[in-house]
Design a binder for this molecule. Structure first.
Ligand SMILES: *[C@@H]1O[C@H](CO)[C@@H](O)[C@H](O)[C@H]1NC(C)=O
Ligand SMILES: *[C@@H]1O[C@H](CO)[C@@H](O)[C@H](O)[C@H]1NC(C)=O
Ligand SMILES: *[C@@H]1O[C@H](CO)[C@@H](O)[C@H](O)[C@H]1NC(C)=O
Length: 577
């Protein structure tokens, strides 16, 4: 006993800064500790997430005891073969605690399908409507009776998952999934998912990134209030809203209390929000990658990098040159410093949530003082956004690096989130948004809006395009009074539908992301293989088909492109004369 203690102490001293920050959760198997370290560093599985998704086959105390004995028998360096045997004996196959579930409110058809005039697109939409049955999951009762045997966090109600390695719920993904579910006329499924999220807020004070204990200390872009708004608008279930309005407020408090930052400019100080996860250690689900990445750094800097990577995961953009800093390691993942940046999209999401809360309180619950408080918060945020993030000349908002006191001038679709979130005060923003897209030549990308113009090999960068980012820009422009902006929105929608439809025609699969550099194909880059399914991709396609179903075509590309090119060339030659 004493010897083990000494060894652990020595280990602790040796690893030094490992103790500086608390671990990402308190499970000594799924979140931190020697068992996790040895198994993940031995790379028993191609993807580190596999191991932390495996349920135990006996109580955690027994597993730890048995691991302690094994470690001692091998002088604390267990050979791979023995580790493999240990895992096989003490763990069950990954994700078997989740069972497939056919949503009770699923039915053969849905009204919106009738709006789609192109027969091929309509047949495709019918297949996507079927996919909810493949992406539905419920938990085995053991997750409730023996939570300590699982990394899965218990949820009472079944839910829709993204797909592939993402077999549990994810926070911001669920918003676009819910939009799709409402089009498929499945409000009961949406309500169950909402209840799960509200329960999590009651238990933890916030919604974790995803439904596993190792995601507990980080959240994801805050869209819960919007989810509730969409559900209530669809169902008119005001009772449900009023029962839960305090919980919505609690979730927003988390962002105010734990994710605020004071930014000063021109002698004034403003409060805005950021992604920030002050927990140490490698991410359990990408443990060996994080550990190896940190090997390139001085020991004292490793903990900080791991916290920044978790903040990157919290942003939903994991990972991206958007979070890289300049400096010696610029353009590399190890220069990630997410928490030093005030992101446009996060603040626009919160601005929208504040608007919705003030409406909920004034119109539905008749609580004028609370309504006024959220109106004030929104007004303060608009002032801060205009002072710190907005660039009048460029016509968009930009992420702000508050340590270096400067905006990031790069193009990201997220820079237009204030349009989507109706969070701006200057009506001239419509023309400016179009100019911003043209200046960055975004409309020349025919297969989808790129995530950035940087080729970093990270998955939230060029040449990948993601469904939620298409939605941010398309619906942002479509909201504007300018007919030109609305026409561009349609064109972008048509581009995205063609890419998704073409890939589906060839592969019968919907992907989490697409590579737009090579005619549109499944995306790549980042930490894991491209995943199939796929919750938010399906949701966004259904939303676009619902909105523009009478105009969209599945037809061949060149028909539209050639005359378009001709016009552009003509215009350009006129200009040069
Ligand atoms: C056990 O490992 C330590 C340090 O790695 C080493 O000094 C020691 O000789 C080893 N003992 C045996 C019995 O192999
Ligand atoms: C921001 O700064 C002001 C003035 O320096 C201070 O009163 C306030 O408490 C700070 N707020 C936060 C969230 O740090
Ligand atoms: C308004 O909401 C606040 C916060 O929940 C509560 O303390 C207050 O009593 C409510 N006021 C009215 C008039 O309902």
């Amino acid at each position: 006993k004493t010897w083990t203690l000494c060894l652990l102490l020595l280990l602790g001293v040796g690893l030094g800064s490992l103790e500086a920050l608390p671990p990402p959760c308190d499970s000594q198997i799924y979140c931190y500790g020697d068992l996790l370290h040895q198994v993940q560093m031995a790379k028993l599985f191609p993807d580190d997430k596999e191991f932390v998704d495996m349920p135990l086959s006996m109580a955690p105390d027994q597993v730890l005891l048995s691991f302690g004995e094994l470690a001692k028998a091998h002088n604390y360096s267990i050979p791979r073969q023995q580790l493999q045997e240990f895992v096989t004996k003490h763990f069950q196959a990954a994700r078997q605690e989740l069972q497939s579930w056919i949503p009770g409110d699923w039915k053969d058809s849905s009204q919106f399908l009738q709006k789609i005039t192109d027969a091929k697109l309509r047949a495709w939409a019918e297949e996507l409507h079927q996919l909810w049955k493949k992406l539905g999951k419920k938990m085995k009762p053991e997750v409730l009776s023996h939570p300590e045997w699982f990394s899965l966090i218990y949820s009472q109600h079944p839910f829709i998952v993204p797909g592939g390695r993402f077999a549990e719920f994810y926070y911001w993904d669920s918003y676009w999934v819910m939009e799709g579910l409402l089009l498929s006329e499945m409000p009961e499924t949406v309500k169950g998912m909402l209840q799960n999220f509200l329960d999590l807020v009651k238990s933890y004070g916030h919604i974790p990134n995803g439904g596993r204990v190792y995601y507990l200390q980080r959240s994801q872009p805050p869209l819960l209030t919007l989810m509730m708004d969409r559900y209530v608008t669809h169902t008119n279930d005001i009772t449900f809203l009023l029962e839960n309005i305090e919980t919505l407020a609690l979730e927003l408090n988390f962002w105010t209390e734990k994710r605020s930052i004071n930014v000063s400019s021109g002698g004034k100080s403003y409060i805005l929000n950021r992604y920030y996860v002050p927990y140490g250690g490698p991410r359990p689900e990408s443990y060996s990658k994080d550990a190896e990445l940190a090997d390139t750094l001085q020991e004292g800097d490793r903990e900080a990098l791991w916290a920044e990577l978790k903040a990157g995961a919290e942003s939903g953009w994991d990972f991206s040159s958007r979070w890289f800093s300049g400096g010696p390691n610029s353009n590399s993942l190890s220069s990630t410093r997410t928490s030093k940046i005030v992101p446009v999209d996060l603040n626009a999401f919160l601005c929208q949530a504040e608007e919705l809360m003030s409406n909920f309180y004034s119109r539905l619950s008749g609580n004028d003082s609370q309504a006024a408080q959220y109106r004030n918060l929104r007004a303060q945020r608009l002032t801060a956004l205009t002072a710190i993030l907005w660039d009048e000349e460029k016509g968009a908002c930009f992420d702000y690096d508050f340590e270096n006191g400067k905006k990031n001038p790069e193009f990201y679709p997220s820079n237009l989130t204030p349009l989507w979130a109706s969070c701006f005060s200057d009506p001239a923003i419509a023309d400016k948004a179009l100019k911003y897209l043209e200046d960055n030549q975004i409309l020349t990308y025919k297969y989808g809006i790129p995530t950035s113009l940087q080729k970093s090999s990270q998955q939230w960068d060029f040449p990948n395009a993601w469904a939620p980012l298409q939605d941010l820009v398309i619906r942002g422009l479509a909201k504007l009074p300018s007919p030109q902006a609305q026409e561009v929105a349609f064109q972008l929608a048509q581009n995205w539908i063609r890419t998704n439809f073409d890939v589906y025609s060839k592969t019968s699969t919907m992907y989490e992301k697409y590579d737009i550099s090579n005619g549109g194909q499944p995306g790549g880059g980042g930490e894991y293989q491209v995943q199939e399914g796929f919750g938010w991709t399906n949701g966004v396609v259904l939303m676009i088909l619902d909105r523009y179903g009478d105009r969209l075509t599945s037809g061949a590309w060149p028909a539209l492109r050639k005359p378009h090119c001709l016009v552009v060339t003509l215009l350009l030659s006129l200009l040069t004369i």
